[in-house]
Design a protein around this ligand. Structure first.
Ligand code: MRU
Length: 339
């Protein structure tokens, strides 16, 4: 596997250490904290982002919320749980990880002296599990290539978005190592530039040749027959295969249909929400208008203008060629009953 010289999330000497994704790629700076509230803020501000990474950070945060607690465990745990639960609504991995931590908490209540260590152990397992899942997603993703290909991706579904090597980017990285990827187009991904900042940063580190394109260029690229396939990550997958991912993903899937280009999703099975029968019940996060009308604090248009800013959209299952998970490639019609 390719070695990278940065870490998205690490836990060392009772501190969570994470790279500040707001500042990348121009500044590589790490934030270190043992305060769950600071981790909740980091998730809200997208210093930590990407569905699996949010879940992992929240798991460590819940463990840290118990670090110096000597009594009154349940209300303190619940307060931290609710705070983390309220940070971002769309990525189901957050809620999945919080539930895992609640189970660990309930099972450790009989031995209160150990609660912090039990929770920390569970958070580390969730983290390690994601590292392994990312590798397996990349491996299963090899099956979608039948020739050396030019791939387009949207947002950042890489190392920065997970505990391991990524989902969509793990597929791209492993396929590149096997000679299946010739070139990558990285959608800029407005409004917060996860593509031009974060995916570009990772592709550069991995020495994979790439270009950044603005989101509105993808149709033209496809019309010119420059794209062989599209692969993106996911924030929540409904039981019928409808998939929520970064705003703009749906546009790509529609364009792929028109141009007869395969459109794939890569995600761990923890992104499949068994409580969500279709995309209609996926809650979409709306973000602050300043993310659209400002760049790095500088106004790019008038503050008085109305802004509409959903952070995610839902791609209907019928537009998805396959969903790559750590247990294999699911093809339409998607049957997740064994997950
Ligand atoms: O708002 P973000 O940057 O957290 O959105 C991230 C995405 O949409 C990713 O594609 C998704 O979380 C998958 S990450 C493996």
């Amino acid at each position: 596997m390719m070695k990278t010289d940065f870490k998205t999330i690490d836990f060392y000497k009772d501190q969570l250490i994470f790279i500040d994704q707001v500042k990348l790629p121009l500044v590589e700076e790490y934030i270190s904290t043992d305060n769950y509230e600071r981790i909740a803020e980091a998730i809200e501000k997208l210093e930590i982002r990407g569905a699996p990474a949010i879940g992992i950070a929240a798991a460590y945060a819940l463990a840290l919320s118990m670090k110096n607690v000597k009594d009154n465990f349940t209300p303190i745990f619940e307060k931290a749980y609710q705070r983390l639960h309220s940070t971002r609504p769309t990525a189901v991995n957050l809620f999945w990880a919080l539930e895992q931590m609640r189970s660990a908490f309930l099972s450790s209540c009989s031995k209160p002296d150990n609660i912090y260590l039990v929770l920390l152990q569970r958070a580390k397992e969730i983290h390690l599990d994601d590292i392994n899942k990312c590798k397996e997603i990349g491996r299963h993703g090899l099956s979608i290539f039948n020739k050396r290909s030019v791939v387009l991706t949207h947002c950042n579904a890489g190392q920065l978005a997970t505990g391991g090597s990524g989902t969509a980017l793990s597929v791209i990285k492993q396929a590149y190592e096997h000679g299946f990827v010739e070139y990558v187009f990285a959608d800029e991904t407005r409004p917060l530039f996860q593509g031009s900042r974060l995916t570009a940063f990772e592709l550069e580190k991995a020495n994979i040749p790439f270009a950044i394109n603005t989101d509105s260029m993808s149709g033209f690229l496809m019309q010119q027959k420059k794209i062989d396939l599209v692969v993106t990550g996911a924030d929540r997958i409904a039981v019928n295969g409808d998939t929520a991912n970064k705003i703009g993903t749906y546009n790509l899937a529609v364009l792929c249909k028109y141009h007869n280009i395969p459109f794939y999703i890569a995600a761990p099975t923890s992104t499949i929400d068994k409580n969500c029968l279709s995309g209609k019940s996926i809650k979409i996060e709306f973000r602050d208008k300043n993310e659209v009308i400002q760049f790095n604090g500088t106004a790019i248009t008038k503050n008085s203008y109305e802004v509409y800013s959903p952070a995610f959209d839902v791609t209907p299952a019928e537009l998805i060629s396959g969903i790559i998970t750590e247990i294999g490639l699911f093809k339409p019609s998607f049957d997740f009953s064994n997950v």
